[in-house]
Design a protein around this ligand. Structure first.
Ligand SMILES: Cc1cc2nc3c(=O)[nH]c(=O)nc-3n(C[C@H](O)[C@H](O)[C@H](O)COP(=O)(O)O)c2cc1C
Length: 198
């Protein structure tokens, strides 16, 4: 589930919440999974991966990750991303574009402090996206962390990322492929509303 805090009153955010509620009511599994596509300008390469969206606070979408991971390198080199959700239970896709940034140390410490020790041990012990000799080694590192690390203290290499989309496209599947594509594009601080052909 995604936690909504003081959700922005502007139309695209309200529409997103409306679709989220519909998908929840339709029993959508993995509703918080969101694909984040990035561009690494040093490698000249595009990549994408799912993360779990934890919060939408006003206009900021927030997820958590490792600040030394591959995605982090990509965000450091190019701060623009594309985010994507698809909720099959209601046949809705939402495409977004945004600039991404880290959340504050204080926010990360507070969030980490309130997570389970098991999750924190993995966050501490995993050098995310770095090669390792075996899966067994991953488990050993995790167990060592569980026994000996301070599991309430967020390491500096772990924390949140936030992004406030400047572009939304809501795609709804309809009969006979007469699908609805509704766009909200923020231009000079104002949402420009339009439709695209399917
Ligand atoms: C449904 C789903 C949710 C995930 N959530 C997260 C997440 O919240 N944070 C995270 O760092 N990785 C998450 N992952 C793992 C990422 O997809 C990815 O493997 C990892 O972040 C490393 O990506 P990178 O090498 O591009 O940095 C999730 C994977 C799936 C399939």
């Amino acid at each position: 589930m995604i936690q909504f805090n003081n959700l922005n009153q502007e139309i695209p955010y309200q529409l997103l919440k409306e679709k989220y509620d519909e998908a929840m009511n339709a029993g959508q599994k993995g509703i918080e999974a969101i694909s984040i596509a990035s561009y690494d300008s040093k490698k000249n390469e595009v990549d994408s991966r799912y993360v779990n969206l934890k919060f939408i606070s006003n206009d900021e979408f927030i997820f958590f990750s490792n600040y030394n991971s591959q995605k982090a390198s990509a965000f450091n080199s190019h701060d623009q991303i594309a985010a994507l959700v698809y909720w099959p239970s209601i046949n809705v896709q939402i495409r977004m574009k945004a600039k991404i940034k880290r959340t504050t140390d204080e926010f990360n410490q507070n969030y980490f402090f309130n997570r389970s020790e098991e999750k924190n041990a993995l966050a501490i012990s995993s050098s995310q996206s770095k090669p390792i000799d075996s899966y067994n080694q991953v488990k050993e590192n995790y167990n060592r962390s569980l026994e000996s690390d301070d599991l309430k203290k967020c390491p500096e290499y772990w924390g949140g990322y936030s992004f406030a989309p400047y572009y939304f496209e809501f795609w709804e599947g309809h009969e006979s492929r007469i699908n609805k594509r509704e766009v909200f594009d923020k231009i000079d601080g104002t949402w420009k509303h339009s439709f695209l052909q399917p």
